[in-house]
Design a protein around this ligand. Structure first.
Ligand code: P6P
Length: 336
């Protein structure tokens, strides 16, 4: 395949969507630079005293891993200076991150999970950076408010993720299909490796943490029982593949087909809606999967239709091949 860089691809293929503006390309360029810096540290985590936790906990009450913190600081530092953002929001930060006046030149808003799956870093399992790009609604003379940021996922201008694994990949959409690029370390460029990704109509894999079976409601147990049953539509059980790293599980299912589920559970009253965050995890992946022909719901609602009430809102997530997500919809609607 001829070598196509991200810049060339945006220029040639994203002609109609708002992303065609040079500002979007500049934003993507700095996201890629941040990802290269993060990738360099992720790939040598075992060699540096950067493993393990910082001893702090983040706004989610989760142990902050040193690489988590490094990735967060790298993204904030780099993207503040890209000149097209007015605000950012990170899974690691409780509040909105306003871009300093001297760098505030644009109307884009970046929302990200800097290093999703970070508990897997110490055991060398893939981790990822997930990003979502919105545009503010109000005029740029006024200060950005939370109302500018709390938008439905359907309003996203672009979304994607970096996956730090056997190779480093960027998968993104700006509303005109989903495209995958693989980092060629010898030249330091992300080159087009997976043009126009389409998720298979139905998969052979389901991804869920079955340890929570007894904390799920009846309809969720019925869903998981269906995928495990030899009597399902396929006439054979689906295989269970669950890495415990959302980006890794999502990426495998995007390419090969299947469904990822993180249902609501009764484990912790403070998190009745499950663990995953709407704005920095569910929404960007929902935009990607729909652009690839898949579906994403919370059990009844389309993820991209949900209007967030607060920045770190959590939501149950069923995402992947359209026929498999439809199975969830059918069983949920048939079960009280
Ligand atoms: P559990 C990682 O902490 C994460 O946010 C996702 O990457 C992953 O899919 C999920 O949590 C795993 O959660 O409860 O199954 O350990």
């Amino acid at each position: 395949m001829r070598q196509v860089t991200v810049t060339e691809h945006v220029l040639l293929h994203q002609t109609k969507s708002p992303s065609a503006s040079g500002k979007f390309t500049a934003l993507l360029y700095d996201l890629i630079l941040a990802a290269k810096i993060i990738q360099r540290e992720v790939n040598k985590a075992g060699l540096l005293d950067i493993l393990g936790a910082t001893g702090e906990t983040n706004v989610q009450g989760e142990q902050v891993q040193k690489l988590d913190d490094f990735a967060n600081r790298t993204l904030i530092h780099r993207l503040q200076r890209t000149g097209v953002l007015c605000a950012m929001a990170s899974e690691e930060n409780a509040d909105l991150i306003l871009v300093p006046e001297k760098f505030r030149r644009g109307d884009y808003i970046l929302i990200f999970d800097p290093l999703d799956g970070s508990t897997n870093i110490d055991v060398n399992i893939n981790v990822g950076t997930i990003f979502s790009i919105l545009k503010r609604k109000s005029s740029s003379e006024e200060d950005v408010t939370m109302a500018d940021v709390l938008q439905r996922g359907a309003e996203q201008v672009a979304a994607g993720y970096f996956l730090y694994g056997s190779s480093t990949m960027l998968v993104y959409t700006s509303g005109e299909g989903v495209h995958g690029f693989t980092l060629d370390p010898s030249v330091g460029e992300f080159l087009l490796s997976h043009p126009d990704i389409r998720i298979p109509e139905r998969g052979k894999v389901y991804s869920v943490n079955e340890a929570y079976y007894h904390y799920w409601d009846t309809r969720t147990r019925k869903v998981v029982d269906y995928f495990k049953s030899p009597e399902n539509e396929r006439g054979a059980p689906y295989s269970l593949r669950y890495v415990g790293s959302l980006v890794a599980d999502f990426h495998r299912n995007l390419l090969n087909g299947g469904i990822f589920m993180y249902p609501m559970d009764q484990r912790s009253p403070s998190r009745p809606q499950g663990k995953l965050r709407l704005m920095c995890e569910a929404s960007p992946l929902a935009f990607l999967v729909e652009q690839a022909g898949g579906k994403a719901i919370d059990g009844s609602r389309r993820i991209l239709d949900i209007l967030p009430e607060h920045l770190h809102e959590r939501v149950p997530l069923f995402i992947g091949s359209p026929r498999d997500v439809d199975t969830v919809t059918r069983i949920y609607s048939q079960t009280d």
